[in-house]
Each structure stands twice: as structure tokens, then as C-alpha cells.
Design a protein around this ligand. Structure first.
Ligand code: PLP
Length: 423
């Protein structure tokens, strides 16, 4: 089925207990076992079923199935936030002494996680410039367990070379993990060779800006067992599960070793569970995500056209301008809602622009149905030196816009009047 249909139907038909059509909020911590044998089988993974909401929940299950279907994966694990999804996606493969190779163009929170917290845990993250896909190969050694990148990282908004980097990793047994937060439905990284996709559900999938959540989707398209030396986490006995070897143990369930292990070890032990209520709210958002992504993309394109004719704007940053060929290859359904602009008047113009907005919200977020704006040099990137800011793509006059789905005339009117006040 098509995305518009999957967004409404995938993973759910009706409630088996009540026949309710809407996914109910299963606000319960635990689930009654049928018998002691049933309980023992569930704990031994001999049969699959609900045990405890830290590890699984029927509301969350519908969310997981829906996002897995939309990404074209085989299964998914929803988590408390996008941050926990990024962390788990790596920790599931890399242990102390191992490394991953990641793009330099990352969300700041991911950067901190990789450069500091994972480092403290003994996992080295080697950052490389994605402008040259071969840089991933050069940074690889025998302890490299994964490649990691964002589909459309901001503020640079350069489309990542998914197919090229995935193709470098596959023969080496190295999966590409893609953070697809900024482009749900518009880009399908699994179709281009990625093995794992993660999202902050907080952004476009939710769309309403009410709920923090994250998800990891297993593409089911990576042969972990064929690369046993490269991927010991999935191919050697796990002492926390009576010595189970995950690629062997899950064979009867299909190609889900990666995601099942994440659920029954990392989620069990670290507990970054999403609440069923947030899973429900994010499901409400997903019902309209196909319509919204089209509207975001169309409005953003109009904003790009408008900004290019404004004298206050030195340059406009958008995938159609930064990486038109890759955008045409990967973003057939639209280029998303993110737009950057560099104001000629530098920091003071950036601040004046933000302070003059009346419709657009001034927030450190992207992906709401509402239009949002921020001036990174004086906020999210203010702790960096000017040269560090420049390396991450933030110039003094850079303003990031997350264009929403309001009427385009109202969006342009607000941006226009705020630009007038930057003189
Ligand atoms: N990845 C990207 C691209 C993001 O923009 C964000 C949040 O801004 C995250 C991950 C982290 O997600 P969360 O805020 O849901 O933890």
C-alpha cells in the first residue's frame, strides 16, 4: 500500500478485546499471564507476548508496526526520545573498544552523545566529512561496527550520499544507520541500502509538538550472520540471555536479530521506554504525516523563492540549492520544511529578525505543523567559537526556519515584515 494508506492503517485493524477502531491507550504497567507455563515461555522468548510496559505495550506496538511499514523495514522499537534511539542504535552493535564512523553533519545532541558520552563508555566515534563518501572507508578498521549519518542535516541541509556510503559498508559487514528525522516519507533510506533507520518522533512524525519520542527501525536487509567477526554483538553468546546467539535465536521470527536484541537487552536494562500515552499521541500525528510532508515541502519551496529576491538575504540554504542532484535522486516526494538563510546584517540582523516575528514561533525545535525559527549563533551554537560555528555551517547571520503548514501568504507576510525590521 501507499504511504497515505499505511499512515492510517499499518499495524492496526481493531482492538481484539473491544473492537475499538482507534488504538486504545493501554495505560498499564503489567499484563496478566495465562499460567505459570505461559509466563515461563514469555520470559524465555519461546512465545512472544506482553509482559511489562518497560519492554513492550500494545499501544506502542501499533506505533512500532506503523513506522516500520512506512520506512519499509521489518520491525521497530519505539523509545523515550530520539536521543535514546540514537544511543541504542549504536550501543546495540558497538561495545567498549569498538568504534563507529559518523558524519560530521549531525544534530548537536547527537554530536554530544557521540563525542562525549559514548566516548566515556569506551566507544570511539570517528567523524568524517560526508562530502567525500570514501572518507568512511578510510576511517574504517577491524573494530568499526557501524556507519552513522543524517539524511538531511541542518543547518547545512546537504543531502547525505546514502547509497554510496551504504555500498562501501555492506561488503565489509558494516551497516549504515540513518537518522531520517527531517524527512519521513520523503526519503526511504532502507531502499538505498541503509540497514537501520532511526527517528526523533518528536518532530515531523508527531507534528503537533506535544510529545517526545524516538524509534529505531530494522531494515531486515543486512546479513549479520555472514559477518560474524565484524558483528560480535549479534553473533556471540549473550551471557544476559543464557548464552543466546541472537542471529541464531531469532531465526524462526525472521530477520529481526538487531531489533529484538535491542528490546530484550538495552531497553530491558536501560529502561528508556516511551509511555503508552505518548505513543498514542504520536500515532494521532502520523495519521496526517503524508499530507503534512507535502504541505511542508510546498510551503518551504515558496519561502525559498521569496527569500532569494529579498535584498537583506545574502544566501538561501535548501536541498534544492545545496545538493540539487542528490535531492533529485533521494527526495522525489518533496524536499521537506527546513530552510536556512544568511542575513547580510550578521548577528544583529539575525536577532532583530527573530524578535520581530509575530506568527513564526521562536523555539529550539523543528518539524511542528506550526512554522518555527531560531538564530543559532546566539542560541543553540552560542557556546562554539566563530570558527567552530563556521565548520558546522552556522554563520553570524544564519537563521533556521522550519516552515509549517499555515497558509503560505501568512508565512511570507510574517517573514517579510520581520526582514523589513532588520535594517
Ligand atoms: N535527531 C535529530 C535530527 C534531531 O533534530 C533531534 C532533536 O532535535 C534528535 C535526533 C533528538 O531527538 P529528541 O529531541 O526526540 O530526543
Amino acid at each position: 500500500m501507499h504511504d497515505e494508506t499505511l499512515a492510517l492503517h499499518a499495524g492496526w485493524r481493531r482492538d481484539s478485546a473491544t473492537t475499538a477502531v482507534a488504538v486504545p491507550i493501554y495505560q498499564t504497567t503489567s499484563f496478566q499471564f495465562d499460567s505459570s507455563e505461559h509466563a515461563a515461555d514469555l520470559f524465555a522468548l519461546k512465545s512472544l507476548g506482553n509482559i511489562y510496559t518497560r519492554i513492550m505495550n500494545p499501544t506502542t506496538d501499533a506505533l512500532e508496526k506503523r513506522v516500520a511499514a512506512l520506512e519499509g523495514g521489518v520491525a521497530a522499537l519505539a523509545l523515550a526520545s530520539g536521543q535514546s534511539a540514537s544511543a541504542f542504535s549504536v550501543q546495540n552493535l558497538a561495545h567498549a573498544g569498538d568504534n563507529i564512523v559518523a558524519s560530521t553533519d549531525l544534530y548537536g545532541g547527537t554530536w554530544n552523545l557521540f563525542a562525549n558520552t559514548l566516548k566515556d563508555q569506551g566507544i570511539e566515534v570517528r567523524f568524517v566529512d560526508p562530502a567525500d563518501p570514501e572518507a568512511f572507508r578510510r576511517a574504517t578498521d577491524e573494530r568499526t561496527r557501524a556507519y552513522y549519518a543524517e539524511t538531511l542535516p541542518n543547518p547545512k541541509l546537504r543531502v547525505f550520499p546514502i547509497a554510496e556510503v551504504a555500498a562501501i559498508g555492506r561488503p565489509l559487514g558494516i551497516p549504515l544507520i540513518m537518522d531520517n528525522t527531517s524527512c519521513p516519507l520523503l526519503v526511504k533510506p532502507l531502499q538505498h541500502g541503509a540497514a537501520v533507520v532511526m527517528h526523533s518522533l518528536t518532530k515531523y512524525f508527531g507534528g503537533h509538538g506535544t510529545s517526545i519520542g524516538g524509534i529505531v527501525v530494522d531494515g531486515g536487509n543486512f546479513d549479520w550472520a555472514a559477518h560474524a567477526a565484524r558483528q560480535p554483538a549479534l553473533n556471540t553468546p549473550d551471557p544476559s540471555y543464557h548464552g543466546a546467539v541472537w542471529t541464531e535465536a531469532v531465526k524462526p521470527l525472521g530477520p529481526v536479530a538487531y531489533i529484538l536484541k535491542m528490546r530484550v537487552t538495552l531497553l530491558r536494562d536501560l529502561g528508556a521506554a516511551i509511555s503508552p500515552f505518548n505513543a498514542f499521541l504520536i500515532l494521532q500525528g502520523i495519521e496526517t504525516v503524508a499530507l503534512r510532508m507535502k504541505a511542508h515541502s510546498e510551503n518551504a519551496m515558496e519561502v525559498v523563492k521569496y527569500l532569494r529576491h529579498r535584498p537583506e538575504v545574502a544566501s538561501v540554504i535548501h536541498p534544492s540549492l545545496t545538493s540539487p542532484e542528490r535531492a533529485a535522486t533521494y527526495m522525489k516526494g518533496g524536499m521537506g520544511g527546513l530552510v536556512g538563510m544568511e542575513l547580510k546584517g550578521g548577528v544583529s540582523a539575525g536577532r532583530k529578525f527573530i524578535d520581530s516575528l509575530q506568527l513564526l514561533y521562536h523555539v529550539a525545535n523543528i518539524g511542528d505543523a506550526r512554522s518555527l525559527a531560531i538564530h543559532p549563533a546566539s542560541t543553540t551554537h552560542s557556546q562554539l567559537s566563530q570558527s567552530e560555528q563556521a565548520a558546522t555551517g552556522v554563520s553570524p547571520g544564519y537563521v533556521r526556519l522550519s516552515i509549517g503548514i499555515e497558509h503560505i501568504d501568512d508565512i511570507l507576510a510574517d517573514i517579510g515584515q520581520a526582514l523589513d525590521k532588520t535594517h
